[in-house]
Design a protein. Structure first.
Length: 577
């Protein structure tokens, strides 16, 4: 007779008398009497052991059905203690939930109102009403707020033994599962978990032993992250974003804005009536426009970028070390109060060698896309980088600049040999010609207070930069104000490579850049090799010490084993006599 049982993936055959040289996978005892066995693998169970355990049960602490199994030692998801017996109940579906047999079958106790005790699926032990005087010292494990901060009508229940406390309102409102969640398309199951893990929404460690989880996708969320209302909810007064450790509360009145606070995403001043969220705790600098929130990723993701292909980037809100953060693309400093893409990886898991790569949110969007003849990398178009100077004209890059990020090369758009000499733009009736300032007094002016303007935007301009000019009308346009027309003609210019080839000066400068960059790279590689050699020497020394210790312990173990063997032989001889 054969049976197919959930406890084993092969059919089990009935055996009248088990082989006494084998043992039962359930109780661990040698086989005696009626037994079930597998003909394909050495798997045997006493019939009595199999009959004693239901194949499938429903557990109070887990919404999915549980099936009986035999497995190696693990921790119980209910009591968090090690499962020492071979029998264990585990989730029939994709959850990682497993429990002692006694925990899975623990009966639910109904308590009367007079007993002020509740049995809840979030905790193994009954939860008793907490005295109002003790509420100041305890925190609700669901909302993570002080229990004393709730209204007097919202009572608190807890387990004093485990220091576990819940608001009654939180107990009643927490669901066993979440369907169609904004963060994940699969159903999220509430589980208690014996280990710490990271929340896939906020990136912080989950220490409460409670989470919403998708076992199939290995996704875990803080309870508070899973239950926070979405930004699309009209009545959402509080939200959670992984870029900040605290909840964000909607600013209710103008006074809450304080003195010209800036949005951590766009750096613009937050003023009513634009809906704005701010840190609900003590982080006075953290303000986030609702409109900016919806543009950010809603969960912590590792991003890849061509400027830094070796490592992944993560959005961070605070400096993670004592160094001032600098954007790798535009070379400007990053305000420590603003969000930025940062690399937290290192080559050897050591903070000393931690990567210092950072990007502004806007610079992250810039991608290398423009070919420059004679150069191995694509160039990236950036706007307003006054900390950089053009390698062709030497003037600061106040407007658009083409930049090779790996080689740290910067070229004004108008300084390219292939920049269009004449353009048509909607801002002026007649064609505009690329030229230096036509006014000699502009070129010779050294006065800091002198102001020169663009006729398109009517803003101050840098008199040292090339402009587009109409001779008849004395009309001056900065390159940034006619940028669309310049870029359109630049992309259509098929003689781009040819013009650069004919320009010996540009070619010479390009060659010099390559030589300088190769020299700098050569120096950096030598320095890095020296660091790695020192690290290798240190590791080799440590490896030698460990090898010696292994040899010593091996000799000791052999000696102990030999002594035990000698003692057992002496015992056998004496017992025989």
């Amino acid at each position: 007779m054969k049976i197919q049982h959930v406890i084993h993936h092969h059919p089990l055959s009935f055996i009248e008398q088990g082989n006494t040289m084998r043992w039962c996978e359930g109780c661990g005892e040698y086989l005696m009497g009626p037994t079930y066995g597998c003909r394909y693998c050495p798997y045997f169970l006493h019939k009595s052991c199999l009959d004693e355990h239901k194949a499938e049960v429903q557990c109070f602490f887990h919404p999915c059905p549980l099936t009986i199994s035999t497995q190696s030692k693990a921790d119980c998801f209910v009591c968090f203690k090690q499962i020492t017996s071979n029998f264990v109940y585990k989730c029939k579906l994709s959850c990682r939930f497993r429990a002692h047999v006694e925990c899975a079958l623990k009966p639910v106790v109904e308590y009367s109102d007079e007993e002020y005790t509740i049995q809840h699926f979030t905790h193994l032990h009954p939860l008793k009403l907490v005295d109002s005087n003790q509420k100041d010292e305890v925190i609700c494990s669901i909302c993570e707020e002080l229990c004393s901060s709730s209204s007097s009508s919202n009572s608190t229940y807890g387990c004093m033994e485990c220091k576990f406390f819940l608001h009654k309102s939180c107990m009643k409102s927490i669901p066993r599962q979440l369907i169609n969640h904004r963060i994940h398309p699969c159903t999220l199951i509430f589980i208690t978990f014996p280990f710490w893990d990271e929340c896939d929404c906020c990136g912080e460690r989950i220490v409460s032993h409670m989470r919403f989880s998708c076992g199939a996708c290995d996704l875990n969320l803080h309870v508070k992250c899973a239950l926070f209302p979405t930004i699309d909810s009209e009545d959402a007064k509080e939200i959670q974003h992984f870029s900040h450790p605290h909840t964000l509360a909607l600013v209710q009145n103008n006074e809450e804005y304080g003195s010209e606070p800036r949005c951590v995403a766009c750096a613009q001043i937050c003023l009513p009536p634009a809906p704005t969220f701010r840190c609900s705790r003590s982080c006075n600098h953290f303000f986030l426009h609702k409109s900016c929130y919806v543009k950010l990723p809603y969960k912590s993701i590792n991003f890849k970028h061509p400027f830094h292909p070796g490592h992944s980037l993560t959005i961070t809100s605070l400096p993670y070390n004592h160094h001032i953060r600098t954007c790798y693309a535009c070379c400007r400093g990053i305000d420590s109060t603003l969000l930025a893409y940062s690399c937290r990886e290192s080559e050897c898991n050591c903070r000393e060698y931690e990567c210092k790569f950072n990007l502004h949110l806007d610079c992250y969007k810039a991608l290398p896309s423009i070919t420059f003849s004679g150069h191995q990398h694509l160039l990236t178009l950036l706007e307003k980088t006054p900390d950089l100077s053009c390698h062709l004209c030497g003037v600061k890059c106040y407007n658009f600049v083409l930049r090779c990020v790996p080689c740290d090369i910067n070229i004004h758009l108008q300084c390219l040999p292939s920049a269009p000499k004449t353009i048509k733009h909607k801002s002026h009736l007649y064609p505009l010609t690329l030229t230096k300032s036509p006014f000699e007094y502009e070129l010779n002016s050294n006065e800091e207070n002198d102001e020169f303007y663009c006729d398109v935007c009517e803003q101050k301009r840098n008199q040292r930069e090339l402009i587009y000019y109409c001779v008849d009308c004395k009309f001056i346009a900065e390159v940034k104000c006619v940028f669309s027309a310049v870029l359109q003609l630049l992309s259509k210019d098929e003689s781009f490579d040819e013009e650069i080839t004919k320009d010996n000066v540009t070619q010479a400068k390009i060659q010099n850049w390559h030589v300088e960059n190769l020299q700098q790279k050569h120096i950096k590689l030598h320095k890095r090799r020296k660091e790695l050699k020192a690290k290798m020497k240190e590791i080799e020394g440590e490896l030698g010490d460990v090898t010696k210790e292994i040899e010593t312990t091996t000799d000791l173990l052999k000696m102990i084993a030999q002594n035990n063997l000698n003692n057992s032989q002496l015992h056998y001889i004496s017992s025989s006599n």
